[in-house]
Design a protein around this ligand. Structure first.
Ligand code: HEM
Length: 489
């Protein structure tokens, strides 16, 4: 980015003069609401338009909030690696904390490291085979219900896969079957409530947060269920090998007080809720986009089918086969480039600082957007094109901060391995067993929510047999069927 950055500094002219006023404002701000309506109406075009301003930083106004969007991978790297300076905080995180309590996702830097040390072991690679076993049986259960030749609601089905897999990996068999559906429903209600409250965050703090009875009941029931399971685990001598066991066993050697060296029940509950919210819709979104892209790109589909027919011999992809599922993984990597489930995040400046030649004041709110970075044509040839082969020569690591579906730095997603394991095994199993068909005229739109995912995306599935020679679906270089839907990239 060096040369390009130099040119941009000249455009700004006053870089380094210490004035936040030298940062250009995105065009199209309306009185009072600023860019909020444009962002809500068509977030993807809006984010792409920011990079076309040829400035590393762009000012954006969302109602009363003035924010600075970081449009350069190098500067994004700087922001994400120094969380002491570019901390979590600001109105969105405050709203999540108000609702979910302190948890690893929202806490500021000064208390984050202890939580991270206590949570990280739950995602250690040596734990993945155990989680993968739970995931594969849930994948089998969900796709085993599909009937030959029928239509499925892809997003709902993927959500079913990821939420059920999450509960199985988190609680093993501690959730009685009768309680499982209710608990799943409660988690979903709480997640939806969180999104509503995030949108509400600009309202005055004395206004009661929206929720409603259903939300409050779900929250109370969920807390009771999880607290009960934790109490049972603490009193029984039985050994478990799940996410909850790992959270209960975690000890932080760097914390000197006995109370702080372990997660207490309240902290464990808060982490579990945030894992569910951070991990379920995101992974479901990645899977839904991957299926959508494969069903409209026959050549890529044929390559994945060739791979899974060769590797997945008994019809269900297993953990031991992951290293051979390279084409499947490339498709997911590319789907998350085009449609990163976590599409925009914020940071707040903890101190006055300098970024890209601009002096920024303490309290300034910054935006970083994986979606924006993933569509920079300086980083990706034909960025709108679905091309899994672009990952043959360059791995995600080689792309540095231009490819950040899981964030980076000390706040990088701890669930990355979990999510990739789950998504790769699920996609391989689905493609091994089912042929996807989508109507070319089906309008597909993404929804503006916690995670970017398609809505109302229906797909017909037909059973594949062991010897099926893949029939490539329509192949073109566009993105989705029905391109041009309002919210579509
Ligand atoms: C495809 C799936 C996923 C995507 C795209 C994704 C994306 C991300 C991103 C971009 C961040 C960084 C946010 C920021 O910089 O503010 C993040 C953080 C986080 N993710 Fe994920 N995630 C996924 C799956 C998961 C799963 C499965 C879990 C847990 C089971 C999880 C738990 C978390 C947590 C706890 C954090 C906060 C980490 C911290 O602040 O230390 N994520 N995720």
């Amino acid at each position: 980015m060096g040369a390009a950055r130099g040119e941009r500094s000249k455009i700004r002219g006053v870089a380094g003069a210490g004035g936040a006023g030298s940062i250009p404002t995105a065009p199209g701000a309306l009185p009072v609401v600023g860019h909020a309506i444009t962002l809500l109406r068509d977030p993807w075009s809006f984010l792409r338009s920011l990079s076309s301003l040829e400035s590393d930083l762009v000012r954006v106004r969302l109602g009363p909030l003035s924010m600075v969007a970081v449009c350069d991978p190098g500067l994004t790297h700087q922001v994400l690696s120094s969380d002491r300076v570019f901390d979590k905080g600001g109105p969105i995180y405050d709203a999540i904390r108000k609702m979910l309590g302190d948890n690893i996702f929202t806490v500021p830097h000064d208390v984050h490291r202890r939580q991270r040390r206590l949570v990280q072991p739950a995602f250690h690679p040596h734990r993945m085979p155990g989680y993968a076993a739970a995931m594969t049986s849930e994948v089998e259960a969900v796709i085993g219900r599909w009937a030959d030749g029928t239509e499925i609601d892809v997003t709902q089905e993927m959500l079913r896969v990821t939420t059920r897999s999450f509960l199985a990996a988190m609680f093993s068999d501690s959730l009685a079957p009768a309680l499982l559906d209710q608990t799943l429903d409660d988690f979903m209600t709480v997640a939806r409530g969180l999104y509503r409250q995030m949108l509400w965050q600009a309202a005055p703090s004395w206004l009661p947060l929206p929720g409603g009875r259903r939300y409050r009941d779900a929250r109370m029931r969920l807390r009771r269920t999880v607290t009960h399971i934790i109490a049972q685990r603490r009193s029984s001598g039985r050994q478990y090998d799940d996410l909850l066991a790992s959270l209960l066993a975690a000890r932080d050697d760097e914390t000197t007080t006995d109370a702080g060296a372990q997660l207490n029940d309240e902290e464990i509950y808060n982490q579990i809720v945030v894992f569910f919210i951070a991990g379920s819709e995101t992974t479901a979104g990645a899977l839904a986009w991957a299926l959508l892209l494969l069903s409209t790109h026959g050549e890529a589909l044929a390559q994945v089918q060739e791979e899974v027919d060769r590797v997945v011999t008994d019809g269900t992809a297993r953990y031991e086969q992951l290293s051979q599922l390279v084409v499947t993984a490339r498709v997911l990597t590319e789907a998350m480039r085009l449609y990163p489930p976590g599409w925009m995040f914020t940071r707040t400046l903890a101190v006055d600082t300098e970024l890209g030649g601009h002096s920024l004041r303490r309290g300034t709110n910054l935006i970083y957007s994986p979606y924006l970075l993933h569509h920079l044509d300086s980083q990706f040839a034909e960025p709108q094109r679905f091309d899994p082969d672009r990952w043959i020569e360059k791995t995600p690591k080689d792309r540095g901060s231009a490819y950040l579906p899981f964030g980076a730095g000390p706040r990088v997603c701890p669930g990355q391995g979990f999510a990739m394991t789950e998504a790769t095994l699920a996609l391989a199993t689905m493609i091994r067993r089912w042929q996807p068909h989508v109507r070319a005229d089906q309008p597909v739109r993404s929804v503006l929510a916690v995670a970017m995912r398609p809505v109302k995306f229906r797909m017909r599935v037909t059973a594949r047999t062991n010897t099926t020679t893949p029939t490539p679906a329509r192949s073109d270089d566009g993105g989705c069927p029905g391109r041009g839907g309002r919210d579509q990239p």
